[in-house]
Design a binder for this molecule. Structure first.
Ligand SMILES: Nc1ncnc2c1ncn2[C@@H]1O[C@H](COP(=O)(O)OP(=O)(O)OP(=O)(O)O)[C@@H](O)[C@H]1O
Ligand SMILES: [Mg+2]
Length: 331
């Protein structure tokens, strides 16, 4: 039942992905409005890499996850394990990518035991005999910090943290190469959430996996992830190593997110920024930077769509920033 480690260089390739929803207007004669959420999003997750996606509510994080999981239509290209979902069978796809969501209670069938739920992926893919499947579930229960006796329990008998452990265990049963965790710790108490983060960090899933870790909490992303992308209204506005984002953030929106972290001390090299105005309120301008309406640095340069610019020195890991003002002297 062993899976070899991921044979891909990049487990996930998202290229120029955009998506649209249609808002039904009020009243029978109202026009349906086309609303864009993701706007030309590109990112790559490497093998064994934990990649964080951070941004405030409604910016499009779950929409991107849904596109990657093949749940919604989109424009652009998404390859998981080198293959496009639309050209891959669902069964092959679920072996490669699995997801863990915010609410473990609604992810688990209340009428099925934990053991049944965790065995389900193996049963569906006809992996191993019944006895081997039961044994594999027991091994996974130990790995997620529960014990074999939990196999006979029902979701309602478990705490929120234990239920989330079960969801993680179920997601790992097929030894996927990519796990998408969407706000997987947000509904939990801080200490229980921290235990779940440790579990992600330490679990021996039998094979290495990469993770797309979605959160609105930059602190959590910094703790867990190798690289982080910051999203604002469907744009990636900054992307780089966790260290670059946490300690050398350049985009005004990333700085706003950092300032929201309790006890966050701006790094010394940004000492000039202390006391800096972080947010203003002005009208949106169509076609301008999407952060224009809140940005304290906004000027005429921001009235056209800014591009992502790599400000890292040659040979170093990319540090992409979508801000013409902050990158002006850094290119
Ligand atoms: N089915 C839908 N129809 C219309 N609009 C939608 C639909 N699903 C999402 N949206 C809109 O898309 C935008 C992005 O939503 P999304 O759920 O991806 O945000 P998010 O970053 O995951 O937010 P949160 O942190 O609250 O989970 C929101 O403005 C939301 O209202
Ligand atoms: Mg979401």
């Amino acid at each position: 039942m062993n899976n070899t480690s991921a044979p891909y260089k990049n487990i996930l390739e998202v290229e120029h992905v955009s998506n649209f929803y249609y808002d039904n207007g009020l009243g029978i004669f109202a026009k349906r409005k086309k609303k864009q959420v993701l706007d030309d999003v590109s990112l790559t997750i490497r093998d064994d890499e934990f990649f964080g996606l951070v941004g405030e509510s409604g910016c499009g994080k779950t929409t991107l996850a849904a596109a990657i999981l093949g749940m919604i239509p989109y424009e652009g290209t998404i390859r998981v394990g080198g293959k496009e979902y639309s050209k891959t069978s669902r069964s092959e796809f679920t072996k490669v990518v699995q997801a863990v969501f915010q609410d473990p209670l609604s992810s688990l069938n209340p009428r099925k035991t934990i053991g049944y739920t965790m065995r389900e992926p193996l049963r569906a893919h006809k992996i191993g005999t019944k006895q081997e499947q039961i044994e594999a579930v027991n091994v996974m229960l130990e790995k997620i910090g529960l014990d074999a006796s939990y196999a006979d329990r029902y979701p309602r008998e478990l705490s929120g943290g234990q239920r989330q452990r079960v969801c993680i265990g179920a997601a790992l049963m097929l030894q996927p190469h990519l796990v998408i965790a969407d706000e997987a710790t947000s509904a939990l108490d801080v200490s229980v959430g921290a235990q779940i983060l440790n579990l992600f960090n330490e679990i021996d899933a039998g094979a290495d996996f990469s993770m797309l870790f979605i959160s609105h909490n930059l602190n959590v992303e910094y703790y867990l992830c190798d690289r982080i992308a910051v999203m604002y209204r469907g744009w990636i506005v900054e992307q780089g190593t966790a260290e670059a984002i946490y300690s050398h953030a350049k985009h005004p929106y990333t700085k706003l997110l950092l300032a929201a972290i309790p006890d966050f001390n701006p790094p010394k090299d940004d000492a000039d920024d202390e006391g800096e105005v972080l947010e203003v309120a002005r009208a949106d301008v169509p076609g301008a930077c999407r952060f224009y309406h809140r940005c304290p640095h906004a000027c005429d340069k921001c009235l056209t769509r800014p591009e992502l610019v790599n400000i890292a020195p040659a040979g170093e890991e990319e540090h992409l920033v979508r801000c013409p003002v902050m990158t002006e002297n850094l290119k």
